[in-house]
Ligand binder design. Structure first.
Ligand code: HEC
Length: 151
C-alpha cells in the first residue's frame, strides 16, 4: 500500500514536471510583461516610431532616447523572423553566439544583475525557439522554421 502511494506520488511529480517543461512560452504570458518592464520605455507605443521613420531621422530619435516601436506582437515578430531576421537575437545575445564574443547592445537592459539578465534571456530564447543570429539573406528555410514566437 505504502509502496503504491509512493509510486503514485512519483508518477504525479513526473507528470507535473513534464507539464511545466512543455508549457509553451508565449508572447501574451511571458514576453509582453517582460517587454513592458524592460524595453517599452524606449520601444513603446507612446512615442516610439515605426522602423522606417526611425531610420529616416535616427539621430533625432536617439537624442530623444527613443528606439523603433516594438511593443506589439506583430512589431516584435518582425525583429525575430522577417524582415529584420535575427535582430532581436543579435541585440539580446549574451556573447555566446556573437562573432566578436561581446553581448548584443540590448542585453544589458534585460536586468539589473547578471542573474536577472540570464533569467530573462532564457525567457526570450524559449520564446524564439531557434536562437539564430543570422540575417534574412543567410538563414535557411529549416532554420526559419525553428523560430516559434508563439502568440
Ligand atoms: C534606453 C533605451 C532602450 C532600452 C531600455 C531598450 N532599447 Fe532597444 N534600442 C534602443 C535604441 C535607441 C535602438 C536603436 C539604436 C541601435 O541600433 O542600437 C535600439 C535598437 C534595438 C534593436 C535593433 C532593431 C533593428 O532594427 O535592428 C532591438 C532588436 C532592440 N533594440 C530590442 C530591445 C529589447 C528587446 C529591449 C528590452 C530588453 C530593449 N531593446 C531595450 C533603445 C533602447
Amino acid at each position: 500500500m505504502r509502496r503504491a502511494l509512493a509510486l503514485g506520488a512519483l508518477v504525479a511529480a513526473a507528470w507535473a514536471a513534464t507539464e511545466a517543461a512543455e508549457e509553451a512560452t508565449t508572447y501574451r504570458k511571458h514576453i509582453k510583461p517582460l517587454f513592458e518592464a524592460k524595453c517599452a520605455m524606449c520601444h513603446g507605443s507612446d512615442s516610439a516610431p515605426e522602423l522606417g521613420d526611425f531610420k529616416e531621422a535616427k539621430e533625432k530619435w536617439m537624442a530623444d532616447g527613443k528606439g523603433m516601436r516594438m511593443d506589439t506582437y506583430s512589431h516584435l515578430v518582425a525583429y525575430a523572423a522577417w524582415p529584420d531576421t535575427g535582430a532581436l537575437m543579435r541585440r539580446l545575445d549574451d556573447g555566446k553566439n556573437t562573432k566578436d564574443g561581446k553581448p548584443g547592445n540590448m542585453n544589458k537592459y534585460l536586468g539589473k544583475t547578471d542573474a536577472e539578465i540570464a533569467k530573462n534571456l532564457a525567457v526570450f530564447k524559449a520564446w524564439v525557439g531557434n536562437w539564430t543570429l543570422k540575417r534574412w539573406k543567410e538563414i535557411t528555410k529549416e532554420e526559419l522554421d525553428g523560430i516559434r514566437v508563439a502568440y
